[in-house]
Design a protein around this ligand. Structure first.
Ligand code: GCO
Ligand code: MG
Length: 408
């Protein structure tokens, strides 16, 4: 088999998604997700101008060799743009291989290690009553684990949770990213540290001790602040505290770890094993958060999970709406196959997105299953995709009350 064509499709059925389609002389097409929220067109150019011409003529079965030649051959390694582009090629080639075998991808990854994949959903509220309603809504949808985020008294706009009326709390993440200029949000760590324990107290009082609860601090704390917070909220038994400190400082997690038994998850902004090296070697985290889409694909993420398993660290693949259903499908196959699966983030998609990307994966009773269609099980409707053209969109910028730019 030979690759005869590689094309990049950009579509915006609610959000911008970048998809690589690889066509072979056997008539098999593979899909890969290359979506990098807020910097989409950089990956489009990387793929169109620098990668697609190299793919034509290659044997699509040689996934590892193609991965290594794109990674090592470029000389300039790592980084989100490069790794999103390589991820798209990797997933598209796995899709082709599995379709050629007539098997769903998870069968090629070793077969199912479980019946289905547990997910968590997002509950957001401007204040506690609104958050409690949002948790109820997620439970009514079937979710059995929920990430809880609220506004902070005194702050106007916290990521995913706006105090204005323009954005509904349950789709805050989705809509606020879709702006032509970055939204400016405000932040006050002291106010947040005072507020969060009261939020968790209210959620536990309402929903009891058993509901798995997660919280995302979105890189906003120093190691000392995160250590203090982790210790203080131990009694609320979080499933995890996510991205408590700026992720690039691996040593920061050591200080947090030394002071708290609250489980720690990190890595949605990582794109290489080396970002995790100290964290995994020294067992400073409990969950690995990278997305297939941003980590170079199924091939390297599988290697990372296998390595993490030797330290009892589990998977928790990043899966907000800004990973396309193609990247999500690849994640669900991996989730089903690996032994050290932890949980899968899933916040659903707009109806238009489900129409553009028809998929075999199903969401039921808070769990995903990849389905048994050959390949990753996603078909892109290119005509419909073209009806939703790219629209520039940025992620927000966060500022302290004196105007200083802050992590978010
Ligand atoms: C999460 C994330 C996302 C990111 C988003 C940025 O845990 O789901 O923090 O909501 O903010 O992926 O593009
Ligand atoms: Mg996160």
């Amino acid at each position: 088999m030979k690759i005869v064509d590689a094309q990049v499709v950009v579509t915006s059925p609610g959000r911008n998604f970048v998809t690589l389609t690889i066509t072979t002389d056997a008539g098999i097409t593979g899909l890969g997700d290359a979506t990098l929220n807020g910097r989409e067109l950089a990956v489009v150019s990387y793929l169109r101008d620098h990668v697609a011409p190299l793919l034509v003529g290659l044997d699509p079965h040689r996934i590892e060799d193609t991965w290594q030649s794109l990674y090592r051959g470029a000389y300039w390694r790592r980084g989100p743009v490069t790794m999103a582009a390589i991820a798209a090629v990797d997933v598209a080639l796995w899709d082709v291989k599995a379709k050629a075998a007539g098997l769903p991808l998870y069968q090629l990854l070793g077969g199912a290690s479980r019946e289905r994949v547990r997910t968590y959903g997002h509950a957001n509220g401007r204040d506690v009553p609104e958050l409690l309603d949002s948790v109820r809504a997620r439970l009514a949808e079937g979710y059995q684990a929920v990430r809880v985020q609220t506004g902070v008294p005194g702050l106007q706009a916290v990521y995913g949770v706006h105090s204005g009326t323009a954005i509904a709390p349950d789709d805050g993440d989705a809509r606020q990213d879709q702006r032509a200029r970055p939204v400016v949000e405000d932040w006050d760590t002291a106010a947040y540290l005072r507020h969060l324990p009261t939020v968790l107290e209210a959620v536990r009082n309402e929903f009891g001790p058993a509901l798995p609860l997660l919280h995302d601090a979105h890189h906003r704390l120093t190691p000392q602040q995160a250590a203090r917070l982790g210790k203080e909220i131990e009694r609320y038994d979080l499933f995890w505290l996510e991205d408590c400190t700026p992720a690039e400082n691996q040593q920061g997690l050591r200080l947090v770890r030394e002071h708290t038994t609250t489980p720690l998850a990190i890595g949605e902004v990582f794109n290489s094993f080396y970002d995790y090296q100290t964290l995994v070697d020294d067992q400073l985290i409990d969950y690995v958060r990278s997305a297939v889409t941003h980590f170079g694909g199924v091939t390297p993420l599988r290697k990372l999970f296998d390595y993490a398993a030797t330290r009892q660290i589990k998977s928790a693949i990043h899966g907000p709406e800004d990973v396309s259903p193609v990247g999500m499908a690849a994640a669900i196959h991996l989730d089903l196959a690996i032994h050290n699966f932890g949980i899968q983030e899933y916040s659903g998609y707009t109806d238009r997105t489900h129409e553009v990307f028809r998929h075999a994966f199903t969401f039921d009773d808070g769990h995903l299953h990849p389905g048994d269609a050959p390949g990753i099980g996603v078909e892109l409707d290119e005509e419909l995709a073209a009806a939703h053209p790219y629209a520039p969109a940025y992620l927000p910028v966060n500022r302290l009350q004196d105007g200083t730019v802050h992590d978010w």
